[in-house]
Write a protein that binds this ligand. Structure first.
Ligand SMILES: NC(=O)c1ccc[n+]([C@@H]2O[C@H](COP(=O)([O-])OP(=O)(O)OC[C@H]3O[C@@H](n4cnc5c(N)ncnc54)[C@H](O)[C@@H]3O)[C@@H](O)[C@H]2O)c1
Length: 699
């Protein structure tokens, strides 16, 4: 049963009971209307209270029904709300904890609303590229006032019930209960008091006007346009609310429905809904059940106080978990701590962190030069130099000192985790935690599962990731894991494009116009071109047949490592991040092109984007087929959270799905014919070829 029905004296109580947040799926909607009928048929009942069990009044639509025909199956939410409005006996919504989306729209259909203080109230549909589609854009402005309602609808942000109750003239809440604990009791008393009131008040009958409508909506559009960037939904929210002020209620409802349906089919909304689901799916590992026992992680040790070690430590300090840092020498420790302090102090200066919080966090940090001091930590994360010999020394020591049951993690970005695990007598406790730089800021965490990593270790680190607010994606062991393995192919294409006639700025501009935060050359300058150089030198040994453009090596030979040396593909002025094109680099590329006897050609932005993005897609298809990633949506999360792939396109896999895999394969076949490109790379991965032939998609 997804709702409960009870009668207390003259009041019928309908309690939504569909954990975790009383989502309004079909079964719940059906049982609301059934119980409403029952209450109206019972002569003893004079009024009706609707509330939610557990942690919410209602969080809104059932996410499992998103975009499926089930969401429209009768009674759909619109019909449920009309049934409530038409109830001959008064219906009171008793709202608490969370009242969002369809939950708020349902409440707005009730004749009266009583809310507990502390309740989070929102219409968050815009965050999924939509707008409220069950009357929210028409009823909330009537109940709350046009401006506060538009703010809520356009931002999707929750507002506390007590704040809303203070808005002058608001009719959203008839009453605020004196505390969450007394809500039920006060709602019953209220329902009894209004039992005989007629006619029953309806939000739809309230006036909805703005004194200065023309100017206000013009202003609102200007504001929203700037913020919405590539997303159409926020402006449509303005259209819908304006309709509420200018049209009759029923006409406004029709306009809302039209706008909602159109948004539902936009690629942007599809992308946002995909990301919403993908984020939840990423935390689930197919063969690690949700109830797998976990270990308690109450203290952390970090080895290495360099770029990554400091950032990693900050994540745990921010979450209130004590950290002990180990280095080889005191001055390395001092330098690492000073960097962390500088980082926190700049947050304090910007007003993002309170001084006492800063001190509290630093108070959780201790340091040591001795491994023996680490023995009590529940988990240790190694972030020392990227050399197998150094990792071996560290893991041998950790195996010696760490208590049984401790988790031993490595932040390696390229080395074989299975080999690292083999340095210990407890490979089942070893896992990769691949943070991205800056580690205290970047949301992505690749959790690298070794061949022997135990399931409870996986379950534990996924839970820890949540605690430190990372989006964790599981990767199998391979060179580069998911993200860097794909970016290598993307970088290789960038190099070929230079050889064939592009400038770095042209390539960057094309892919940035597509929506990437940064093109491959600006990204190289940020990360340090020497990192890619080191990887290529290794590749030249391991895979002598693999084709590379030599331009990036020539650049590095000039010492142009990027922002850190003030010069890379572009020039940089100290203290600024603006990339200034450099003629010497362009000449260097031209000279190299001449030396290869290549006549440059004009390459379109479309070709640039396709080659860069499809190189990601093809490598990703191999990754998926090899089981390095368990689902396509995990790969999308990696690229959205860690590599600046445009959110409104939903990640490389969803993007390829939307283009059509058949079209992607056709383009690859074309690229394979380019003698200056790498024909063997463009052979579609078997999985991609199969899906394309069958007319299927990755997701
Ligand atoms: N920099 C990045 O963008 C990045 C991103 C992801 C992962 N990683 C990985 O993180 C690890 C660290 O990288 P980094 O950029 O922080 O390097 P770094 O050079 O900034 O820091 C390494 C630190 O480890 C210390 N160290 C070296 N050997 C040690 C030992 N035996 N015992 C204790 N401390 C020791 C060094 O003194 C130094 O402070 C590497 O495995 C790297 O591949 C780096």
């Amino acid at each position: 049963m997804t709702t409960l029905y009870e009668v207390h004296g003259s009041v019928a109580l309908i309690t939504l009971s569909n954990p975790p947040v009383n989502g309004l799926g079909h079964a719940t909607r059906l049982s609301i209307t059934d119980n409403l009928q029952k209450a109206n048929d019972d002569d003893a009942v004079k009024s009706i209270v609707i509330t939610g069990a557990g942690k919410a009044f209602s969080g809104g639509a059932d996410i499992k029904e998103f975009g499926s025909p089930k969401a429209l199956q009768e009674p759909n939410l619109l019909s449920v709300i009309v049934a409530i409005e038409k109830s001959p006996k008064p219906v009171v919504a008793a709202i608490h904890s969370v009242c969002m989306g369809g939950g708020l729209e349902l409440a707005l259909g009730c004749h009266y609303r009583i809310a507990a203080p502390g309740c989070s109230v929102a219409l968050p549909e815009v965050k999924l590229g939509l707008l409220p589609g069950a009357g929210g854009t028409q009823r909330l402005p009537r109940a709350l006032g046009v401006e506060p309602a538009l703010n809520m609808i356009v931002s999707g942000e929750p507002v506390k019930s007590e704040m809303l109750a203070q808005i002058p003239g608001q009719k959203l809440f008839d009453k605020l209960s004196s505390s969450p604990d007394t809500l039920a009791e006060e709602a019953f008393a209220f329902a009894q008091a209004i039992a005989e009131t007629r006619p029953l008040p309806l939000v739809r009958d309230l006036p909805c006007k703005h004194r200065n409508g023309d100017a206000y909506f013009q202003f609102a559009r200007n504001m929203v346009k700037g913020m919405a960037k590539n997303f159409p939904a926020p402006l449509k929210c303005v259209d819908a609310v304006e309709a509420a002020t200018r049209q009759k209620f029923e006409d406004g409802m029709r306009i809302e429905r039209e706008l909602f349906t159109n948004l539902m089919f936009t690629p942007e909304s599809r992308a946002l809904r995909h990301v919403f689901m993908a984020e939840r799916a990423a935390s689930k590992i197919p063969d690690v059940p949700a109830d797998t026992a976990q270990r308690a992680i109450n203290s952390i040790a970090v080895i290495g106080a360099g770029t990554m070690g400091g950032g990693i430590a900050m994540n745990f300090l921010n979450a209130g978990i004590p950290v002990k840092m180990l280095e080889m020498k005191q001055d390395a420790l001092d330098r690492g701590i000073a960097t962390m302090r500088k980082n926190y102090e700049s947050q304090v200066k910007k007003g993002k962190l309170k001084q006492d919080k800063y001190e509290e966090r630093m108070g959780l940090l201790s340091t040591t030069l001795s491994y023996d001091d680490l023995k009590d930590a529940d988990m240790v994360i190694e972030a020392v130099f990227e050399e197998m010999g150094v990792k071996e020394k560290v893991f041998t020591e950790l195996d010696r000192v760490m208590k049984p049951g401790a988790i031993l993690a490595s932040n390696t970005s390229t080395l074989d985790l299975n080999q690292i695990a083999s340095f210990t007598k407890r490979p089942e406790d070893v896992v990769g935690l691949h943070f991205f730089s800056p580690a205290n800021i970047m949301k992505l965490l690749e959790v690298v599962r070794g061949d022997k990593t135990a399931k409870y270790v996986m379950a534990t680190v996924m839970a820890v990731a949540k605690k430190i607010r990372k989006t964790a994606v599981v990767s199998g062991v391979c060179d580069g894991f998911i993200g860097n393995r794909m970016i290598e192919q993307y970088g290789r294409q960038g190099g070929f494009l230079l050889d064939e006639g592009c400038t770095p700025a042209q390539v960057d501009k094309a892919i940035e116009k597509f929506g990437f935060a940064m093109g491959p050359f600006r990204m190289g300058d940020l990360a340090g071109n020497d990192i890619g150089w080191a990887i290529r030198k290794r590749r030249y040994q391991e895979k002598p047949d693999m084709k590379y453009s030599k331009t990036a090596d020539l650049l590095c030979e000039k010492g142009r490592f990027g922002q850190k040396t003030g010069a890379g593909w572009y020039d940089y002025v100290a203290g600024k991040r603006d990339a200034i094109p450099n003629q010497e680099v362009v000449s260097m590329i031209e000279a190299h092109r001449n030396s290869l006897g290549i006549t440059p050609r004009k390459i379109s932005d479309d070709e640039i984007v396709q080659r860069l993005v499809y190189s990601l897609v093809n490598e990703a298809a191999h990754i998926l087929e090899e089981g390095i990633a368990s689902k396509a949506s995990d790969i999308d999360m990696v690229y959205l959270m860690g590599y600046g792939f445009p959110l409104y396109r939903g990640g490389p896999m969803l993007y390829a799905d939307q283009v059509g895999l058949f079209n992607v394969v056709q383009a690859m076949n074309r690229f394979a014919k380019n003698p200056l490109d790498d024909a063997s790379f463009w052979q579609p991965a078997p999985l991609l070829a199969r899906l394309a032939a069958e007319g299927k998609t990755f997701n």
